[in-house]
Write a protein that binds this ligand. Structure first.
Ligand SMILES: [Zn+2]
Ligand SMILES: [Zn+2]
Length: 374
């Protein structure tokens, strides 16, 4: 690799810049880091999905195991504690991995400004912090699933009849924990949404906003669940978050503006709109109502939208390339930037639909229908 100053002078003649020779390894180091980031991202995505699903499926068996009597207090406690352990551990390991992604993004940016000649291919673009944002989404997904489960378990426990009130107390504690997590999560999403640039990462912004809306619905449900015993709610902050409806409206706009990327969330967004329009929190909210609301709360991702995360796992060797559209670093051996590649897919689908249309004998079909009508 040729190391030159911006003015064109060769560095090799200067002793003080001799260390720069070591930088010739930098492109391959970045490529290997990119490989690791991509693989880890897709692995985390799979694991979060697996544990989330498992939590929902094991709820029935969990309910059978809870025995509402004072003798089983310890056993019940252990059951509740072990329930979401794996999901929380996963959230912690995502948190541990985040600094690697942040360091990668910061170093690329540093290299661009300090040594513009080293990574020639990517000098012109602004690097987008796509990995750290994606990791935030994954961690949030895990924690949202945990919060939902806390409320689900809580609403079940509160309704049981334990003469020592131990089971009901446990349910109440879970509810408080869930509400606290909602507050924390709403603030976290706010920070992340500010970091995401709509034009560069529309899909990421939409998902973050949906996660936030999900949390504010969970918070509503948590507060509705605790109407009877509200004395503990004084522990919660008193401020109100940005109205969920406003955030949903923003996602509707983003989905329309970027049909190829954020547009994949269209179905989910309309589910959230529908869910919000059916929400009415009255004083006579029954436990059953809260439970049914918990069950009908829409997810913040689908297999279609998760595909982007999985595609990052296809990262192979090669060097670091940056997509022009959004400044996302990706491996030059991939067929395109995983964040923006979907544009091509959409075109292909349309092409296929057009071809399929040619094989439909529309006129003949209409004539046949007319014949039937007579
Ligand atoms: Zn110079
Ligand atoms: Zn891109």
């Amino acid at each position: 690799m040729d190391f030159r100053c911006v003015c064109g002078t060769h560095f090799s003649g200067f002793r003080r810049y001799s260390i720069l020779k070591q930088m010739s390894q930098a492109p391959s180091v970045f490529a290997r880091l990119l490989f690791k980031l991509g693989k880890t991202l897709s692995t985390f995505s799979r694991r979060v999905h697996y544990h989330e699903k498992e939590l929902g499926e094991s709820f029935h068996a969990f309910r059978e195991q809870i025995r509402p009597n004072p003798l089983a207090a310890n056993q019940n406690k252990a059951l509740v504690a072990s329930r979401a352990q794996q999901l929380l551990r996963l959230s912690d390991s995502i948190d541990d991995f985040k600094p690697t992604a942040i360091a990668f993004e910061q170093s690329i940016r540093w290299m661009q400004t300090t040594l513009p000649t080293t990574l020639l291919s990517i000098t012109e673009h602004n690097i987008c912090p796509v990995f750290s944002l994606r990791l935030t989404i994954l961690q949030r997904r895990a924690r949202n699933a945990w919060t939902l489960d806390c409320l689900r378990v809580s609403s079940y426990l509160v309704g049981l009849e334990d003469p020592s009130l131990e089971v009901q107390r446990m349910g109440e504690l879970l509810r408080i924990r869930a509400s606290k997590e909602c507050w924390k999560g709403i603030a976290e999403c706010n920070t992340a949404v500010e970091k995401a640039i709509t034009a560069k990462t529309p899909a990421i912004e939409v998902e973050l906003r949906l996660q936030q809306v999900q949390l504010s619905h969970l918070l509503d449900i948590a507060l509705a669940l605790g109407r009877g015993s509200a004395q503990l709610d004084t522990l919660l902050p008193t401020m109100t978050p940005e109205p969920a409806s406003e955030s949903v409206q923003k996602t509707v706009h983003i989905c329309r503006r970027f049909p190829d990327t954020a547009g994949k969330f269209g179905g989910l967004v309309s589910k959230f709109v529908k869910f919000a329009s059916e929400q009415r929190y009255d004083k006579d909210d029954t436990l059953q109502r809260c439970t049914s609301q918990l069950a009908s709360l829409p997810q913040s991702c689908t297999y279609e939208t998760r595909k982007t995360e999985l595609t990052w796992g296809e990262c192979v060797g090669g060097s670091v390339a940056v997509c022009e559209l959004g400044g996302h670093p990706y491996s030059s051996e991939m067929s395109g930037c995983p964040e923006c590649r979907r544009i091509k897919e959409v075109e292909r689908v349309e092409e296929e639909a057009r071809k399929a249309g040619e094989c439909l004998f529309e006129e003949r079909f209409l004539q046949a229908m007319k014949g039937l009508a007579k």
